[in-house]
Design a protein around this ligand. Structure first.
Ligand code: GAP
Length: 436
């Protein structure tokens, strides 16, 4: 398994991911994607959209506003309960998430339980803890020109509520058959007490979520189906090794306030096992709350019958950054003389890199440009590289994860064939450009 610092270093060196606001010394918990990173991110998000929305008949997309009416967060329970246990060291005044600095405790830890553990402060080593207090993680802002309590709004802490609040609009406008799902991708914001582990725990992240609406008595079979389909997505589409993926049945005490069953899908990251995504049975919690708060009826009328009920919901939710980190650590290989990012071909920023063997030979450059233009028409994401020597170009493309490097050399001018070098095996073969 790769080390986290090796992945962080490759990401910066090769233009995948930089610290947010790097030029000003950074902004904790935020990250910026460079040219390679944004290509990878978009491919991952597109692959998810294709798998869940475009290739299915029962899941539709939505794209809701990030800033929502604050009543949303009262109804959803976030105003009252979306908090983490914050503890402050009386000696150095460092602030920490209690459940992250002590083993064997959870988010519901009490001050007494925490103090009994005699945990040392990770910064100064002293044991002088204050009381645990619940810290609400929503970022607040003011909407409009007046900064008073009536203008407070929040940046959404989950994309899910933008789906729930549109459930009625979708049913009224397109009336899908039940069960059906609504999917959304987009930014979510959490004022995490301790952002950490590179892009694993951020203050600004992207989520990909589905709310899958089912009849109340059909939740169990749909939960199992979605669990299985999520595993297939992670292994067959994202290429993650199944031995690094583990399901954890979350106990009642540790489940989110809305959930009656949660399976966390964990991944073996470089710094240890962490949650990659969650699958939660949210019951009719959200739609009932919206019905109460808005006064609008959230019932679904079963087609061709008089049966009506508020649907129950199964929610697969995954963070884009956590998925990117899983894909990167899964692909990273340190070999004797090189580092390789063995990304699945569909996710690699470039599918091909085309080079003339020598940059100062116009006949090679011209032929290489021809091959490059032809490939670009077919694949779009093709790199052109005429920098340094050919060995250095290969090393660079290996680190970016480009599956095939195509080189136009003097034999090309004789017999029309080009060299194709394979990223994973380093083997080289000669083919006609039209066979690529
Ligand atoms: N709508 C349900 C929900 O938001 P969650 O377990 O809080 O549930 C879902 O978050 C997923 O979002 C997580 O499994 C993780 O992949 C991602 N996620 C949550 N907080 C994150 C953070 N601070 N940084 C990066 N990803 C995060």
């Amino acid at each position: 398994m790769a080390k986290m610092e090796d992945i962080v270093s490759l990401c910066k060196r090769r233009g995948f991911i930089y610290p947010g606001s790097d030029v000003y010394g950074g902004m904790a918990g935020t990250w910026d994607f460079g040219p390679m990173g944004v290509a990878l991110k978009r491919k991952i998000m597109d692959a998810w959209w294709n798998y869940w929305v475009e290739s299915r008949e029962d899941i539709y997309g939505v794209d809701a506003a990030i800033i929502m009416n604050p009543r949303t967060w009262v109804a959803s329970g976030h105003t009252a309960t979306f908090s983490d246990p914050l503890v402050e060291c009386g000696a150095c005044h460092g602030r920490f998430r209690a459940d992250k600095i002590a083993d064997g405790i959870t988010e519901s830890v009490t001050t007494e339980e925490f103090k009994a553990l005699n945990v040392k402060c990770p910064t100064c080593g002293k044991i002088e803890w204050g009381d645990i207090r619940q810290f609400n993680m929503m970022f607040s802002t003011h909407v409009g020109p007046v900064d008073d309590d009536s203008s407070i709004a929040y940046l959404r802490p989950e994309t899910a509520q933008g789906i729930f609040t549109n459930y009625k609009n979708v049913v009224d406008s397109i009336y899908p058959d039940l069960p059906f799902g609504l999917a959304q991708q987009g930014k979510a914001f959490r004022n995490e007490i301790s952002p950490r582990d590179f892009i694993l725990r951020d203050r600004e992240c992207s989520q990909m979520e589905i709310e899958y609406f089912v009849a109340p008595d059909a939740w169990e079979e749909n939960f199992e189906k979605l669990l299985d389909q999520n595993h297939k997505f992670l292994t067959d589409v994202m290429g993650l090794k199944s031995e690094n993926i583990h399901d954890i049945e979350v106990g009642e005490k540790d489940r989110a306030h809305y959930s009656k069953r949660t399976v966390d899908i964990m991944f073996d990251y470089p710094n240890g096992q962490e949650e990659l995504m969650g699958l939660a049975y949210r019951t009719d919690f959200d739609l009932q709350n919206i019905q109460r708060e808005s006064g609008k009826n959230m019932e679904y009328i079963v087609k061709g019958s008089t049966e009506r009920f508020v649907p129950h919901v199964i929610e697969p939710s995954i963070g884009v950054e956590r998925l990117i980190l899983a894909v990167l650590s899964n692909a990273y290989r340190q070999e004797e003389n090189r580092i390789v990012l063995a990304l699945p071909e569909e996710l690699a920023p470039y599918r091909f890199c085309v080079s003339p063997l020598l940059k100062n030979k116009p006949e090679l450059v011209e032929k290489a440009r021809e091959v490059y233009d032809t490939l670009r028409k077919k694949y779009q994401n093709v790199a052109w590289d005429d920098s340094g020597n050919i060995g250095k170009r290969y090393l660079k493309q290996d680190e970016i994860g480009t599956p095939k490097c195509v080189v136009i050399d003097f034999d090309t001018l004789e017999d029309g064939t080009v060299t194709v070098r394979d990223r994973d095996t380093t083997e080289q073969i000669r083919v006609k450009p039209e066979e690529l």
